[in-house]
Design a binder for this molecule. Structure first.
Ligand SMILES: *[C@@H]1O[C@H](CO)[C@@H](O)[C@H](O)[C@H]1NC(C)=O
Ligand SMILES: *[C@@H]1O[C@H](CO)[C@@H](O)[C@H](O)[C@H]1NC(C)=O
Ligand SMILES: *[C@@H]1O[C@H](CO)[C@@H](O)[C@H](O)[C@H]1NC(C)=O
Ligand SMILES: *[C@@H]1O[C@H](CO)[C@@H](O)[C@H](O)[C@H]1NC(C)=O
Ligand SMILES: *[C@@H]1O[C@H](CO)[C@@H](O)[C@H](O)[C@H]1NC(C)=O
Ligand SMILES: *[C@@H]1O[C@H](CO)[C@@H](O)[C@H](O)[C@H]1NC(C)=O
Ligand SMILES: *[C@@H]1O[C@H](CO)[C@@H](O)[C@H](O)[C@H]1NC(C)=O
Ligand SMILES: *[C@@H]1O[C@H](CO)[C@@H](O)[C@H](O)[C@H]1NC(C)=O
Ligand SMILES: *[C@@H]1O[C@H](CO)[C@@H](O)[C@H](O)[C@H]1NC(C)=O
Length: 540
């Protein structure tokens, strides 16, 4: 089988070679830069007149008719019946005459260039049309004239060298991707120079030419959910033949409205040669009227016709979350988080008020079961000198005035509550143990020996045994705590309150609220009869 094919091919080649090696056509096109030849076709019936003189002429508009000889141009060589160009150039265009005795022959040579981005000349193509799945041959067999000179041959597809192509020969079952320009490049050595001759096939792959009965894809009746005011594209798609028509039946009674538009057919081919034709019907800005029609699409060929229908249905609200609902949701979520953050900030700022309110509201009382007597032990500078009289007044008068009389706490003030005599140090220690808080009234001159013990004892209770909590009241501004015991600095800053002697605060002020917050929770009805006015410090 293969041998017979080969034989036939060889036969065909030998047959074509004899007829192709001479140039019988009148209009000749050559590609610039390539070797080229003209060969006179002597009629085989006439024996050659050996003595006849052969002359070649070229006639061009610029130069008129001139006789050619081997020294006319370095690119030209003459061998009896053959005129060779190594290579042919654009200026070689013109009429050529061969004369032998009475015999003359004329050719009209047109030299063309390759386009810049192509390796072949577009006007010099051999067209080849192959049906998909049928055998595709691209055979680089140069005609016999240059055959002996050809050193090497390469095959290019769309000007890219084909890989693994030592044997420049393509044979396969055609696929659509095989379509393209196949260029055979023959490399020829001549007088020490390398030339190349090209031969390019324009290979077109066509679909299976056998006809099918076209079918539309999808169900025969389609319901399409739409929203009024939106656009919709109805896609009518068919497995069809090349020339089959796909169209939408849209006329008045069938839903032709100004907002309904049929688009062009698009055809796509799958690699295995199937052809899909589809046509879109666009309905823009859908209105109620559009919902009443059935949109009908058909594919028609000689073999038959197929139709499908589309009906528009109004989409139920909220089938999926519409954009605006989503936006609203986002806004609400953002608002909620803003409010939450705001509440947290408010909570931090008004922590004290909230805590006091909560205590009051819940009737909380921490003092009932701990077995302690005093709510707070007040530690202050006891020596009542002229320079610390205010501090003394604050500790002995203002503080108990407010905490005891107004808020119902019980304070332990050494000067007032301790019976003179007895071991002072032991006394202080046990009093601190019996108190729930240690209020330290801090001032510059606070650190006397006597109170130092109170302080250290209290700190020990507070920090080591965690039995008492300390409240520091900065009576006069204390710039730094460095001369106090280190452990004092471990107290949290909110346990330090600042007293402003110049503006004695009212009961509702932040100072007293903060102090109450630091004091234990206690259910005591304040004495309503007390005056709301605070005792004012004497300005000394
Ligand atoms: C050669 O080409 C010219 C146009 O280029 C045309 O007029 C003429 O008829 C052609 N001759 C032949 C023999 O094809
Ligand atoms: C063929 O020769 C031309 C010059 O005539 C050159 O530009 C081109 O690159 C050559 N082609 C190949 C494939 O070498
Ligand atoms: C051969 O050519 C010569 C010179 O042109 C001529 O004289 C002679 O008659 C020719 N012979 C034939 C047989 O045509
Ligand atoms: C070759 O042709 C040119 C003109 O094309 C002429 O000038 C020259 O003399 C010719 N040479 C010979 C050897 O005939
Ligand atoms: C053609 O050649 C023949 C001889 O072969 C000769 O008799 C005849 O005159 C020639 N004709 C012309 C037009 O040159
Ligand atoms: C190659 O062939 C195809 C199909 O026949 C054609 O459309 C295309 O124009 C051809 N290319 C050139 C450069 O002539
Ligand atoms: C091909 O070219 C190489 C050098 O490039 C040379 O050696 C070899 O003989 C050539 N072959 C033919 C068949 O011309
Ligand atoms: C129409 O449907 C066909 C087949 O499903 C598909 O190939 C084509 O891309 C669709 N066209 C559009 C515009 O969606
Ligand atoms: C449809 O085809 C026509 C001509 O065939 C063309 O003028 C028009 O631009 C095409 N429309 C679209 C949307 O491609």
């Amino acid at each position: 089988m293969h041998r017979i094919e080969l034989l036939l091919t060889l036969l065909a080649l030998t047959f074509t070679s004899t007829s192709e090696t001479c140039t019988s056509r009148f209009n000749i096109t050559a590609v610039r830069g390539e070797p080229f030849y003209l060969r006179y076709c002597s009629s085989a019936s006439e024996p050659k007149n050996e003595t006849a003189i052969i002359k070649w002429y070229k006639s061009s508009r610029s130069q008129g008719r001139i006789e050619l000889n081997s020294s006319s141009s370095p690119r030209i060589s003459l061998h009896d019946y053959v005129l060779e160009f190594w290579p042919v150039e654009l200026e070689d265009s013109g009429s050529y005459f061969f004369q032998m005795g009475n015999d003359t022959h004329e050719w009209k040579l047109n030299v063309i260039g390759k386009s810049k981005h192509n390796c072949f000349a577009e006007k010099q193509l051999i067209s080849k049309t192959v049906e998909v799945q049928k055998s595709l041959h691209v055979n680089c067999k140069q005609n016999t004239y240059y055959q002996k000179l050809v050193n090497r041959t390469s095959l290019y597809k769309n000007c890219e060298k084909m890989e693994n192509n030592k044997n420049p020969f393509l044979q396969k079952n055609a696929e659509f991707k095989d379509q393209g320009y196949y260029t055979c490049v023959f490399f020829i050595h001549h007088n020490g120079k390398l030339f190349n001759v090209t031969k390019t096939f324009n290979v077109t792959i066509v679909g299976d030419r056998s006809k099918i009965i076209p079918v539309l894809l999808g169900p025969k009746l389609n319901y399409v959910k739409v929203e009024l005011g939106k656009d919709v594209e109805l896609n009518c798609s068919a497995l069809a033949n090349e020339k089959d028509a796909v169209y939408w039946n849209v006329w008045e009674e069938n839903g032709k409205e100004p907002n309904v538009r049929e688009e062009n057919i698009t055809r796509t081919r799958t690699p295995d040669g199937k052809l899909y034709a589809s046509r879109i019907l666009r309905i823009e800005n859908i209105n109620e009227k559009n919902l009443r029609f059935s949109y009908n699409c058909a594919v028609a060929s000689e073999g038959g016709i197929d139709t499908i229908n589309f009906v528009l249905l109004k989409k139920e609200e909220m089938v999926d979350i519409p954009g605006y609902v989503f936006t609203r949701g986002m806004i609400i979520a953002v608002l909620i988080s803003v409010v939450a953050v705001f509440l947290v900030i408010i909570g931090v700022i008004y922590r004290v008020d909230l805590a006091l309110f909560y205590r009051h509201f819940m009737g909380k009382d921490e003092t009932l079961t701990d077995g302690k007597i005093y709510d707070a032990f007040v530690s202050y500078l006891k020596e009542c000198g002229p320079e610390n009289g205010e501090e003394h007044t604050f500790a002995v008068e203002i503080l108990p005035g407010v905490l005891e009389k107004h808020f119902g706490y019980k304070l332990c003030i050494f000067e007032r509550d301790v019976v003179p005599g007895g071991a002072v140090v032991d006394e202080i220690h046990s009093l601190i143990e019996k108190s729930r808080r240690l209020i330290i009234v801090l001032s510059k001159s606070y650190m006397s020996n006597e109170v130092r013990y109170e302080l250290e004892s209290g700190l020990h209770e507070a920090l080591v045994e965690r039995k008492i909590k300390i409240i520091l009241i900065e009576f006069t501004p204390v710039s730094d705590f460095t001369f106090f015991p280190q452990s004092l600095q471990l107290l949290k800053s909110h346990r330090v309150l600042k007293w402003n002697a110049d503006k004695p605060p009212s009961y509702n002020s932040r100072f007293w609220k903060n102090l109450l917050y630091l004091m234990p929770a206690k259910m005591v009805k304040p004495c309503g009869a007390e005056s709301e006015v605070l005792p004012v410090l004497s300005q000394s």
